[in-house]
Design a protein around this ligand. Structure first.
Ligand SMILES: *[C@@H]1O[C@H](CO)[C@@H](O)[C@H](O)[C@H]1NC(C)=O
Ligand SMILES: *[C@@H]1O[C@H](CO)[C@@H](O)[C@H](O)[C@H]1NC(C)=O
Ligand SMILES: *[C@@H]1O[C@H](CO)[C@@H](O)[C@H](O)[C@H]1NC(C)=O
Ligand SMILES: *[C@@H]1O[C@H](CO)[C@@H](O)[C@H](O)[C@H]1NC(C)=O
Length: 637
């Protein structure tokens, strides 16, 4: 009764603090019970709209977390069960998993930090609680104090027509539990298919019969990759590289499979990361590989705390482990190793030809990382952005040109980045491109994509405004519905501009014993007694040349041979893809690497969405473009 009164009082004062009395509810169990009941009250409240409910819940969560953060995971588990948020509530939110903090504990950490009713709370409610608050306007940051005024005399270096080659790899997602003959068309939630115990039908069927679609030896379209595909793709890179002498490689992240949290442990993540680094070294030899973390390469999934938050210690193992391996494999030196450990695994290297490659951990701008909702009025809670700017100022002073690489694109078709952080990156790109920043490189989407960054606030997408390019690499993993693929760049030795992008792929379905249109062939099989599927002796992946960007997006060879594939080239490519049927069909075929699942993409709405993704370097720019184009249906590609 007392609780009810207290709650009603709290709710009536929506927007002001809900007080949890220290004395009465101090006991652990009482506090859990109080939290669950109070949130349930909020759910049912008639006084508050859904944004008010969400903000009040955060406020309440903060009050409780400050009193005893250990109860938060328990409250989340109970609420998750009550409201059926997830399939496996305990594993999802438990405080500790194999001795390290799990998602619930990090939510508790973040609750203690955030301003629950300011923009921190509004963004959280928009992105993490089903858009229950409207998206707040992107904060206006004045960063001019971060850098000197742009020098007037900056000029672009001159090409002498020579090139060298660089390989770009992305998104392996090796699944250490991949089971040939397992269910490649599994149902029931967010686990990866092709692993033991997942079925078409109820998640945990008692018997292992009736595999609808058997997991294939080299991989399946709805699964992450078996070890053999990891090694086969790298063997192909090495083979093609024999004649091309790759000088270095960039790897834009995601080593670990998509099984998130519930079936994961820190040990599994470490094992996957070591496996991928080890095999890159094994197959590619002395070529330095500059790496970055994907959203799957952390534990718990996508989480990474900032130094100033006080919680970095729980994540430092990752930068430590990776930087040690990168150094041991001869990819970076000792000084860079030390830097990477102190910068969330981010670092800058100067290649022997004098290009600076800056690798950034994009978990610090990825929406599912709860820590990114802390103190959003500050443009740089992590310090990563200022560190990047210092590297760029130094490069500009010395006439060094820069490539920036990270996992999650800042714009384009994912919309997965935090708007406020991409706004900071926009200002940085606007200040330092095209003279110092040559290009940016990403992965994450699994699709073969790109985006153009335009000068100013990014809304004037005219040819003169095209500034630089985001090269978004396709994945090796076929998930969801792509053929495995990789690319290399021909790079100008003087300007470090990309002169061409050459793509290789393997038609995965060629290795399938059973046609995917005829799943009934699998009916006689019993799992796990796998005498099945039998393999044809010539069953192997056939890696072949797919396309060159210069040939496909400039079919009439109008672009001068001597000109690089810079922002102006890609600005023209946007018009070609959006306005020309052949251009569009080619783009879609290559985006999916000629898999059986290439989308149609010919509806006006689809084309307008594509246009916005191609021409937006930031998340707010995507939203603005969608408004300008009167898009009624968002199609995230
Ligand atoms: C996958 O399973 C669903 C039923 O869950 C079925 O409708 C679909 O046809 C199957 N697809 C393939 C390719 O086997
Ligand atoms: C971007 O700049 C243009 C003109 O320079 C202005 O009209 C527009 O409102 C600006 N948009 C944003 C979001 O700042
Ligand atoms: C791209 O290259 C062309 C040809 O060299 C040049 O005219 C154009 O200004 C360049 N664009 C950018 C954004 O650097
Ligand atoms: C694989 O898929 C492609 C694209 O749909 C198709 O053209 C090809 O015939 C398929 N190959 C096999 C062996 O099924």
């Amino acid at each position: 009764m007392k609780l009810q009164l207290l709650l009603s009082a709290g709710l009536a004062l929506a927007g002001s603090l809900i007080k949890v009395p220290d004395t009465h509810y101090k006991g652990h169990d009482e506090l859990v019970e109080y939290g669950v009941n109070a949130i349930a009250e909020l759910y049912n409240s008639t006084h508050l709209d859904k944004c008010g409910k969400c903000l009040s819940a955060l406020q309440l969560g903060k009050t409780i977390a400050l009193q005893n953060d250990k109860v938060i995971p328990e409250i989340l588990i109970k609420l998750c069960e009550k409201y059926h948020w997830e399939e496996f509530c305990t594993v999802e939110y438990q405080g500790f998993n194999f001795g390290v903090a799990s998602k619930g504990a990090h939510i508790a950490n973040v609750l203690t930090l955030i301003d629950p009713t300011g923009i921190d709370g509004e963004y959280l409610c928009y992105y993490q609680v089903r858009k229950s608050c409207p998206l707040p306007p992107t904060p206006k940051y004045n960063l001019t104090g971060w850098w000197p005024e742009k020098p007037k005399n900056l000029s672009l270096p001159k090409s002498d027509g020579e090139t060298f080659n660089v390989v770009h790899l992305s998104d392996f997602h090796v699944d250490l539990r991949y089971q040939v003959g397992g269910e490649a068309n599994c149902t029931g939630g967010y686990h990866m298919c092709c692993v033991d115990a997942l079925h078409n039908g109820p998640a945990y069927k008692a018997n292992y019969t009736d595999i609808v679609l058997p997991a294939q030896k080299y991989g399946s379209y709805d699964c992450d990759i078996p070890q053999i595909l990891l090694e086969d793709s790298l063997a192909n890179v090495a083979k093609i590289g024999q004649n091309l002498s790759f000088e270095f490689g960039i790897f834009t992240g995601d080593m670990v499979s998509h099984d998130i949290d519930s079936w994961f442990s820190l040990a599994k993540i470490i094992e996957s990361e070591e496996d991928v680094y080890y095999n890159m070294k094994k197959y590619l030899g002395d070529i330095p590989i500059y790496s970055t973390f994907g959203n799957h390469d952390s534990f718990p999934y996508a989480q990474q705390a900032q130094n100033r938050s006080g919680f970095l210690g729980e994540f430092i193992w990752n930068a430590q482990l990776s930087a040690d391996l990168w150094k041991d494999y001869g990819w970076i030196d000792e000084e860079t190793q030390a830097e990477a450990i102190h910068t969330y695994g981010s670092y800058a290297v100067n290649t022997k030809r004098g290009l600076r490659v800056i690798s950034l951990d994009s978990n610090l701008w990825y929406q599912p990382n709860y820590y990114n909702y802390w103190n959003m009025t500050d443009p740089d809670t992590s310090g990563l952005m200022k560190w990047l700017v210092d590297e760029l100022v130094d490069a500009e002073k010395k006439g060094i040109r820069v490539w920036i690489m990270a996992h999650v694109p800042t714009g384009g078709g994912t919309g997965n980045a935090m708007p406020h952080q991409t706004e900071v990156i926009r200002q940085i790109v606007d200040r330092f491109a095209p003279e110092t920043i040559v290009a940016l490189f990403f992965g994450h989407t699994h699709e073969d994509q790109f985006n153009v960054y335009y000068a100013g606030n990014g809304t004037d997408n005219s040819l003169e405004n095209a500034l630089t390019v985001g090269w978004i690499s396709q994945s090796v993993t076929p998930l969801h519905n792509y053929n495995p693929s990789w690319r290399y760049y021909e790079v100008d030795t003087k300007t470090f501009e990309i002169v061409n992008s050459i793509n290789y792929y393997a038609q995965l379905n060629k290795t399938f014993e059973y046609d995917i249109d005829k799943p009934e062939l699998s009916n006689s099989t019993t799992f796990p007694h796998i005498t099945y599927p039998p393999r044809k002796p010539d069953d192997k992946l056939d890696w072949i040349f797919e396309y060159s960007a210069r040939d496909v997006y400039d079919p009439d060879h109008k672009w001068p041979k001597s000109a690089p594939l810079n922002a102006t080239f890609w600005h023209n490519a946007i018009q070609y893809i959006v306005n020309n049927k052949t251009g569009r069909e080619d783009y879609l075929r290559y985006e999916y690497r000629e898999s059986p699942f290439v989308p149609d993409g010919s509806s006006p709405e689809y084309i307008k969405n594509m246009y916005c993704y191609f021409s937006s370097g930031t998340v707010p720019a995507v939203y603005e473009c969608q408004k300008r184009q009167n898009i009624t249906k968002e199609i995230w590609i």
